[in-house]
Design a protein around this ligand. Sequence first.
Ligand code: DGT
Ligand code: CA
Ligand code: CA
Ligand code: ZN
Length: 599
Amino acid sequence: MNQNRRIADIFSQAADVMALLEENAFRVLGTRKVARTIEDLPEDVAILAESGRLEETPGIGQHSAERIREYLRTGHIAEFEELAGQAPPGVLKMMAISSVGVKTAHLFWKEGGITTMEELKKRLQDGSFPKLKGVGEKKLSRIRQNLEFLESGSGRIGIGWALPLAEEFCRLLRRLEGVNNAQYCGSLRRGREDVGDIDILVSAEKSTVATIGKALGAYSRTAEVIAAGETKISLRTNMGLQIDFRIVPAVSWGAALQYFTGSKEHNVRVRELAAKKGLKLNEWGLFRGSDRIAGESEPGVYQALELAWLPPEMREDKGEIELSEAMYRVAQGQAAGISDPRLEFLGAKIPAQWTTLEISDIRGDMHMHTTASDGTVSLEDMVAAAKRRGYQYIAITDHSKSQIQANGLQVPRLLEHIAAIGSLAGKVKDIAVLSGSEVDILADGSLDYPDDILEKLDWVVASPHSALSQESQAATRRLVRAASHPLVDVVGHPTGRLLAGRRGLEPEMADVISAAARGGTALEINAQELRLDLRDAHARLAVRAGVPLCINSDAHSPEDMDKLIYGILTARRAWARADDVLNAWPLEKIRRRRRQRRS
Ligand code: DGT
Ligand code: CA
Ligand code: CA
Ligand code: ZN
C-alpha cells in the first residue's frame, strides 16, 4: 500500500479549508486538482519523488511537489496546518457531517455565528437555529440525522456485517488441507450487537501456517495481509475491516477458544479461580506445573476448574461465574449454595446444565409484513415461506393507519385484510396463521386503532414509530400505557432505536418492564440487525422480571426471516432460555394466556 490515497486526502482537505477561508478561487481549484492527480497516479508518489520525477508529472507543479516531499519527509505539511489554524476547529469538524459541505459550514460560521459542534448540536435540538438563506427545515433535519449517525459511528462494526463475513472466512479455512477447525471468537462469538474487530481461531499444526497465510492472502475479500507470524496472521478486507487469525495446535484448541472468546472480565475471574487451585490457565492450556491437565476442549477447561460450561453470550462477568460454580455443584449432587441477587430469578431451580436457547426452539414468527402495507411479497408468499421454515404458527402484522408512508391500513382495509388472512388460514395446512396488526403507539401512549377494532385481531404488536426523540419521562408514560393495555399482546421494538443512526426512546426501562409484568404483556426483541430492540441489557431485565420475550424477525420479505439469529444471540446475552420466549411456546399456551389476560 502506498501513500497516494493519504496524500490526496490531505490536499483535498486543504482545498476545503482554503475555500472556507475564501482564499483565491484559482488556488482552491489548483489544490483540488493536485489531490485528484495524486489519487489517480498509477505509480507510488514516494517512488516518483525519490527518482526526482515529481515535477514532471502533469498536474503537479513545483510548489505542490515541494509540499509532497515535505509530507514524505516529515509526515505533515506546515503550510496546510497553518491554514487550518485560521479556521475554528469546530467549523472544520462540521464538514465531516455528510450533508455539510464547505458552503454550508461557511454560512453557519459567518452568518450564523456557530463555531463549535456543541453549539451546532444544541441549536439543532432546541429549535434556536438561526434563519439562514438556503437552509430550510428539510436540510436541518437531514443534518440532524447525519450528525447523529456520525457520532454513533464509534468505529465498531454491526454484527449484521461482521457475522456473515466471519462465517465466510471460517468456511474457507475449514476447507484447507491440514486445518482441523476454525471458529470466530471475541465479542462476535459472544453475540454482541457490534464488534471492534473479528478474531478467528484456527486449529492446525505449525507446518500448515504458510499454506493458511497464502490462502487468506489470495482470497477475493482480502485487500492486504498486514502481518504474518508463526501463530498469528492479520489482514485487512477490501471493506477496510481488520481480521486477526490465531493458529493453535489441536491440543490447545479448547483453551484458546476459551481465552480468545473472552470477555476480558470473564477471563480475569476464570484465571483467578485457576490460580486459587494452584493451576495456570493461558491460551495454550490449563497447567499444573508443566503438565497440561486440560485444553483440548472448551468444556474440558471449565470442568477441570469445577465450573459448568456456559454459552459464550453469557461471559461478561455479570453473574455467570457464580451461576457456573453453583451449576457445577448441583451436577455433583451438592447444594447450589448461592445467594446472589442476579440469580434470584431462577428461584430454587439452579440447573445442572444450561439449556442454551437455539434457533430451532422458535416455533413461530409473530411480526411480519406483506404487500398490504410495506412488505415486498404477498400474504400467500409470506405464509408459504414461513411454512418452508417449519414454523407451526405465524402472525401477519401489517402497519396501522398512521403509517401513511408505509401504506398503513385504514380500518376498512384492515377489516378486508383480516378476512383475507382468515380465509387463507382456513386453507393452508400444518401452520396456524394469525391475523394481526402492528399498531402504532402514538406519542401519548394511545393506540392507532380503537379497542373494538383491536378486539377483532388474533394478535396485536404495538410499536412506536414516530415522536422517537420525545423526552424520557414522556417516553416512559407512553410505553407504560401501551404495555398496560390488555389488548396489546407484545410491545414491538420498544425504543425504536437504530444501531447506527437513531438513539430512539430512552424510557425508564424498569418501569416499562414492571408494567409489562403486571399486565402480562410480552416485550419484543426485534431481530433486525440494525434494531436489536430490546437490546441485551434490557432484555435481561425483562427475563429477570419474568416478562416473556417475543423474538420476531419483523420480516418485510421471506429472506428477512433469516435475521432471527441476531435476536437469538441477543436473547442468549439476556440469559433467556426457551421457556422465557413466548414464540418458543406451543400455540395453545399462547392462546390460553391471551384468554386469561382478557377475562
Ligand atoms: P471487541 O473486539 O472490542 O469487540 O472486544 P473483544 O472482546 O473481541 O476483545 P479483543 O478483540 O480485544 O480480544 C479478543 C479476546 O481475547 C477477548 O475477548 C479476551 C481475549 N483477550 C485479549 N486480550 C486479553 C487480555 O489482556 N487478558 C485476557 N484475559 N484476555 C484477553
Ligand atoms: Ca474482537
Ligand atoms: Ca482482536
Ligand atoms: Zn414491523
